[in-house]
Write a protein that binds this ligand. Structure first.
Ligand code: ADP
Length: 258
């Protein structure tokens, strides 16, 4: 049975095509999320990559911020459910999941069977999310992909004390004007995100193994800073940004198998 999971996020659309809830046949990730044509494009590209026709699909489940806007989906599920399922599928040893996306942070605690025991979420403030990194990368005039490359050159991270993205923006501009090295500012930005996320994670209680999901997991600067803040290894799968879509495709398969 072929199922499709599509994660329509605030910044990025991710789509995964799976065979029998076991094997990924194809996937696609396109920048641009809810309210754009990108979910449709990601869906079509994922089918093409998988070599699958629409009539071969058993069930489509959507998740993410824009999950109720995708007309082709048969049902939608929360991101919490889908990320937990996706991460547990790729890493059954995961007990804590830290999902940092474009506009929120979620920390989930799983039991040995992959069931969610508890979760915490920050969706009220951009600090500690991908949005914070996107804004700061724009000020430093580097791509989001290159922010970690820049941060890795730093030996003396700048301290970003503002807890608000707008104030932190002014702080970074003033540090640049004072001639503080861009690599030190970049590392300070990664440390700042990690510090906020670590504070949220510690409220739930961190059990190993700790896995990151969501787009920010790709940022080695944030991962390393988070390891230092939590004093624990922080693991991630190379498909970290697809975890919600994988979880949605798995949920679709489970529904068909009942
Ligand atoms: P959403 O589902 O809300 O769209 P994602 O989980 O897709 O969020 O993550 C999007 C965020 O991931 C962006 O805001 C960006 O900061 C971050 N991101 C994406 N790609 C990279 C990368 N290569 N390196 C660092 N950060 C990245």
């Amino acid at each position: 049975m072929v199922t499709v999971g599509i994660d329509i996020g605030s910044t990025t659309s991710k789509c995964v095509v799976m065979q029998d809830g076991k094997r990924i046949l194809g996937s696609a990730l396109i920048k641009g999320g809810a309210g754009t044509q990108k979910p449709e494009m990601a869906y079509e590209l994922a089918l093409e990559n998988a070599g699958i026709k629409e009539q071969d699909i058993g069930l489509i489940i959507s998740t993410g911020y824009g999950r109720s806007t995708f007309e082709k989906s048969d049902a939608n599920l929360s991101e919490l459910t889908c990320h937990a399922k996706g991460v547990y599928f790729t890493a059954p040893g995961a007990r804590t999941i830290i999902d940092i996306g474009g506009q929120d942070v979620k920390v989930m605690s799983l039991n040995a069977n992959g069931k969610m025991k508890s979760f915490l979420m920050n969706d009220k403030c951009a600090a500690g999310t991908g949005r914070f990194l996107d804004v700061m990368a724009g000020i430093l005039q580097v791509s989001i992909e290159d922010l970690e490359v820049l941060a890795s050159k730093s030996h003396q991270p700048a301290s970003i004390s503002s807890t608000c993205t707008v104030f932190a923006e002014s702080e970074v501009i003033s540090q640049m004007a004072r001639g503080i090295k861009l690599e030190d500012i970049a590392r300070g930005i990664c440390e700042s995100v990690a510090k906020r996320v670590a504070a949220l994670s510690q409220r739930i209680g961190i059990e190993e193994q700790v896995y990151m999901s969501g787009g920010v997991a790709k940022n080695g600067g944030v991962r390393n800073a988070l390891e230092r803040s939590l004093n624990k290894p922080v693991l991630y799968h190379e498909d970290a940004q697809y975890m919600g879509a994988i979880g949605a495709a798995l949920s679709a398969y489970e529904r068909l198998s009942i």
